[in-house]
Design a protein around this ligand. Structure first.
Ligand code: GLV
Ligand code: MG
Length: 325
């Protein structure tokens, strides 16, 4: 069962939920040490942006980056974008000051923190407790959500308990580059297809994380594709996690955002079909009192309604509507 720590229901701090159900098709990574990139990030069309204090920031820049990230969050207009800061992992010296500096310094516009290299539920719970203290001390009205990255063998083994560790969790994310290092896969480029492998070398990992995330009501996000100039190959590779059911994928470059938004949005044809299934099924069950009917040459029933609802939710989240017939 989920852990009910001090931040759980009943605490003084109300649940914000602003970002929990917002789309996260494209999740743009922005190095927190680069004022130039931080300045450009709001206008790039990403559903979610995370300002990074972890692996895209050099150790000697880690401390200065905290203030740059706070200034960017407070000083820029981010529209509806889900706004996140990735702090350093608990096995470094930086995590607690990252969290305190960023959450105390940022306005309520900060939606969530991302915790990398999560290996156990306790790591999420430690972050939850620290956040609860900061929120109570500063009087923050909305709760800070948590995104957790699975990028080690130990993290994958514990993914079920990690996904159930806190009600602040909004997403679970796969980190293919660190994961390849952790499992000693002989690859030198993160998150790309390995042609020598007959099939998809990450299939088990993708499916494992998806089950744990869905069983706990989280959005499930695929990680980066490091060949940033190869947009067609990105499209192909992203389609794998889209087809499995993932909500979105990281973008490392503005050019990747457009491709990723497209891949994780239903096509108009799919959206319209889902709409029509729902309408046909509503008629069948409400007007004709039937639980299974023909829709064209397919049989539809309650499970079809559930599948169609997922398309509709995803499409509406992306701003789609039924095209006129
Ligand atoms: C992302 O953080 C990765 O390691 O792939
Ligand atoms: Mg990583």
């Amino acid at each position: 069962m989920g852990w009910a720590g001090p931040g759980a229901a009943g605490s003084l701090v109300g649940m914000s939920e602003r970002s929990r159900n917002l789309p996260r098709r494209s999740c743009l990574s922005v190095p927190g040490s680069s004022e130039k990139m931080l300045g450009k990030a709001p206008g790039l069309g990403a559903d979610m942006v995370f300002l990074d204090l972890e692996d895209s920031v050099a150790p000697l820049e880690k401390e200065a980056a905290r203030e740059k990230v706070v200034a960017a969050i407070n000083g820029q207009d981010w529209g509806e974008t889900v706004l996140c800061v990735r702090v350093n992992a608990w096995d470094t010296q930086w995590t607690y000051r990252d969290v305190i500096h960023v959450v105390e310094g940022c306005s309520e516009r900060l939606d969530e923190l991302m915790l990398p290299k999560v290996q156990s539920a306790a790591e999420v719970q430690a972050l939850d407790m620290l956040l609860t203290q900061i929120e109570e001390t500063t009087g923050r009205k909305s709760r800070v959500g948590i995104e957790a990255q699975i990028e080690t063998a130990r993290g994958l083994i514990n993914v079920d308990e990690i996904c159930a560790a806190s009600d602040r969790l909004e997403t679970i994310i796969f980190g293919p580059a660190d994961f390849a290092a952790s499992t000693e896969m002989p690859v030198l480029t993160g998150g790309v297809q390995v042609p020598e492998y007959p099939g998809d070398h990450f299939h088990y990992v993708f499916a494992r994380i998806l089950m744990a995330g869905r069983a706990n009501g989280l959005q499930v996000i695929d990680g980066p594709y490091l060949k940033i100039r190869e947009l067609d190959a990105l499209r192909d590779y992203a389609m794998r996690t889209r087809i499995l059911g993932y909500d979105g994928k990281w973008s490392l470059h503005p050019d990747q955002v457009k491709v990723i938004n497209e891949v994780y949005t239903p096509t108009q044809e799919q959206f319209d079909k889902a709409w029509d299934i729902l309408e046909a099924y509503r008629q069948a069950t409400d007007d004709d009192r039937k639980g299974a009917v023909m829709f064209g040459d397919e049989m539809i029933d309650e499970a079809s309604r559930k599948m169609a609802t997922k398309f509709l939710t995803r499409g509406e989240r992306a701003g789609m509507s039924r095209s006129s017939e």
